[in-house]
Design a protein around this ligand. Structure first.
Ligand code: EPZ
Length: 416
């Protein structure tokens, strides 16, 4: 298995260009099933999740062309049904968006229970509640989720918990339902807006995305369109945290700063200078930081996907930081690995108490999931000596050209 070798201590300088947003891309690609026509999706990140979904759609009968490095041309007109078995679906969580898209177009779908990062209990009861409210029958047998409907009728759906996945999946199923669907207590993440814009570009009528009430007026048919994926604010936040932790002067380019307000505020509290540009953020850091506390919340709060990289920054900040993870119930698997590098952390349930230490030292560590892997990269950049990170296939799911981007910033990193 490949691993990353990082020699810590270098300050980071230069510019990093942020790629398209993984969590938007992995919803937009399955959503092309709704078009039954040709869609051109641009600014896709070159990550394994995008490749897996492209291959999955091809195996289901779509015509998928990788016309340019960051672009897919997808024609789903020949598709007549959607059956994604375990082999296909287990690779990533986003395979479950095929349920909403295929239910919306074919009024039926079968998708094996999704995979995805093991960061705690990840039920899909709200997705099912939404599909059933629209008139679908949902059965789960032998690990396969089957959805089927004579017809789909608009409904008022109140999410018991703010769920990004459920909000998106219900939108996908509702755009061609008869009548109006209202999703209350909807997620407001930037990619919910991105996906709504994409659906409207195909001819849907989705309003209110980005607020907690989304109204969808069903239409009879959707068509092809072109769409450019928004920048990945989680990738951007990861590089902001890495620059703050390692120290230096880094320009994070091709982003929407508004999507990162919670992260900007937190980093400023640690003593880092953040200079906002129209489509960029400049991070200037001495590397000597004050400790802060973070509590993960749904957007626009501090994002749970940056809790793990931020925990690494706090291991050598001055003082004690309290990290509270309110979204997932087991998202601290990176902590044991940070302790192997000398961190002083105590975990109680959903709270990690991080006492800043003088320095971390390089060690052999293992990534348990995508953002845990990112947190180990941040720690390795700060640590004295060499760190070997195993299981980097998790990191490759969500960070395009990671080594190249870090090498360009002056990091000492190689893949073996
Ligand atoms: C998406 O996961 C992202 N994944 C996650 O990013 C991200 O951490 C998460 O949203 C929160 O922002 C993708 O977009 C592919 P949720 P998702 O449904 O949709 C509970 C990464 O690192 N819940 O918003 O699965 C759930 O258990 C990944 O890029 C239910 O109870 O997250 C959790 O506690 C990791 N019932 C909370 O809601 C449901 O039916 C939020 O989950 C659905 C969710």
């Amino acid at each position: 298995m490949e691993k990353l070798i990082i020699k810590g201590g270098n300050k980071l300088h230069g510019t990093v260009n942020i790629s398209g947003f993984k969590n938007s891309a992995v919803a937009i690609i399955p959503a092309t099933v709704l078009a039954g026509d040709t869609c051109v999706i641009d600014n896709l990140p070159q990550i394994s999740d995008v490749k897996i979904l492209a291959d999955l759609l091809s195996s289901l009968g779509a015509d998928v062309k990788n016309s340019e490095p960051n672009m897919l041309k997808i024609n789903t007109s020949k598709m007549r049904e959607c059956y994604a078995d375990y082999e296909m679906a287990k690779e990533l969580r986003a395979s479950y968006y095929l349920l909403g898209a295929a239910l919306g177009r074919f009024k039926k779908a079968k998708v094996a229970y999704p995979g995805g990062c093991s960061i705690g209990n990840r039920p899909i009861d709200q997705h099912i509640k939404g599909f059933e409210a629209l008139g679908a029958d949902v059965n789960i047998e032998h690990g396969i989720i089957s959805v089927e409907a004579e017809k789909l009728t608009g409904a008022e759906i109140y999410l018991d918990v703010v769920s990004v996945g459920a909000t998106i999946n219900i939108m996908l199923a509702a755009v061609m339902a008869e009548g109006t669907t209202i999703i209350e207590n909807a997620a407001k993440e930037p990619h919910i807006v991105d996906i709504a814009n994409y659906l409207n570009c195909m001819g849907a009528d989705v309003r209110g995305a980005g607020t907690d009430v989304i109204k969808i007026r069903g239409v009879n048919k959707l068509g092809g369109c072109s769409h450019t994926v928004i920048p990945d604010q989680i990738e951007a936040g990861t590089y902001m945290i890495a620059a703050a932790a390692a120290g230096g002067d880094v320009l994070i380019d091709n982003i929407i700063p508004k999507h990162l307000e919670a992260v900007i505020a937190k980093l400023k509290e640690t003593g880092v200078q953040v200079i906002e540009g129209g489509e960029s953020l400049r991070i200037i850091s001495s590397g000597d930081l004050k400790s802060v506390s973070i509590k993960t919340l749904v957007y626009p709060g501090f994002p749970t996907d940056l809790q793990q990289p931020m925990s690494s920054l706090l291991t050598t900040a001055k003082g004690t930081g309290i990290v509270t993870e309110t979204i997932f119930d087991r998202r601290f698997k990176h902590i044991d690995e940070l302790k192997r590098m000398g961190a002083n952390i105590k975990v109680e349930g959903r709270v990690a108490v991080i006492h800043g230490v003088e320095k971390l030292t390089g060690a052999e560590v293992v990534a348990s999931d995508l953002r845990a892997g990112a947190s180990l990269v941040v720690a390795a950049l700060m640590a004295e000596g060499e760190t070997e990170i195993e299981n980097i296939q998790f990191i490759d799911r969500g960070y395009a050209q990671l080594e190249q981007k870090l090498l360009n910033l002056g990091a000492d990193i190689r893949r073996e």
